[in-house]
Design a protein around this ligand. Sequence first.
Ligand code: FAD
Ligand code: NAD
Length: 326
Amino acid sequence: NTLSIAIIGAGLAGISAARHLSEAGHQVQLFDKSRGSGGRLSSKRTEFGDLDIGAQYFTAREPGFRRELKRWLEAGWVADWEPQLYLYEKGQLRPSEDDQQRFIGMPRMTGLSRQLLEGLSLTSSCRIQRLRRDEPHWWLEDDQGSEHGPFDRVVVAAPAPQAAALLEPAVQLAQAAARINMLPCWAVALVFEQPLDTPVQACFVRDGALDWISRNSSKAGRKGPDSWVIHASTDWSAAHVDDSPLQVIAAVQQALAQILGCDLPEPVFSHAHRWLYARPAEDCQWGALAAPELGLYACGDWCLGGRVENAWLSGRQVARALMGAG
Ligand code: FAD
Ligand code: NAD
């Protein structure tokens, strides 16, 4: 029979759960606190083009996800990305090509989440604060004091610390989510009028303040001048979590110039975004969490490891658990 299901969080895990459940005939309603959707698949719209400031690309290893990816590629929702790949380690910058296939949303990372949401119902700008059980139903209370419901089942698809608060009615689930530590990441976007004098299009960084450098404008479908997205390392981000965006931009620019070994002109655009819950501290193998006796479930990358593919797999897993529980 058809169930009415609320999903809190319209990142890739929540969207994957929503698609699996609605394809099986259930009535699904997504909620997200943001104005948009996609969560950590995140693209900042600017006059210089769209800049991917969250997930940079994704890889696909699990067979079911690879089959799904094939459909996305055929539909043009994602494309290959084969950057000139480098590694910066022990003060040395060197090419680091490999055979790994990497994929990007088109024409921006959130292009994928946008397409996957087609036909699904999303209430955006709605932060759910509390779940209330009124046997046999659930009601969702938002931070404006409005209630949404009734629902037969609830799936919490928010990052672990936010999920822990919502999962309170199922103590074991709340405790499991609360055990997951999520680590911060400062992301900086820079746009230059003239292309920087370097062949680098992407770079893994092993020491210093940075973790990752990418030339956003080297990705298919991205329009505009030479744009870069740089992620600070976890340790640096944690140590500078309360710095101002201007301080962070200055420090990141300096580190970037040192790694690329070229002068950086004044950018025509700069932006810093602080991700407080960028990635789970460690990978676990839960897949998803379930309290079937209450009809309460949880999914997200933190149930499998901080990657796009894992978010999608966790959403599939929670849908299977929910449907298996009848
Ligand atoms: P999210 O995308 O975080 O979605 C959760 C959603 O829940 C959000 O939209 C949030 O607004 C919403 N929410 C939270 N609380 C509430 C509430 N109370 N009420 C309503 N809504 C709520 N992965 C890769 O595979 N490759 C990469 O290159 C890569 N790079 C990354 C770089 C950065 C800087 C970051 C931050 C992440 C990166 N990742 C990368 C990880 C990847 O982005 C995540 O694993 C994945 O997007 C997580 O999806 P999710 O659905 O589990 O969570
Ligand atoms: P992947 O296979 O491309 O990379 C996994 C890791 O392997 C890299 O982080 C890097 O350390 C190493 N690596 C891969 N290719 C390399 C090469 N050619 N040269 C040197 N090192 C190489 O991608 P994945 O397994 O799908 O991982 C997802 C990526 O998302 C990771 O890079 C991870 O760091 C990143 N991520 C970042 C955040 C953040 O907060 N910044 C959060 C979650 C995930």
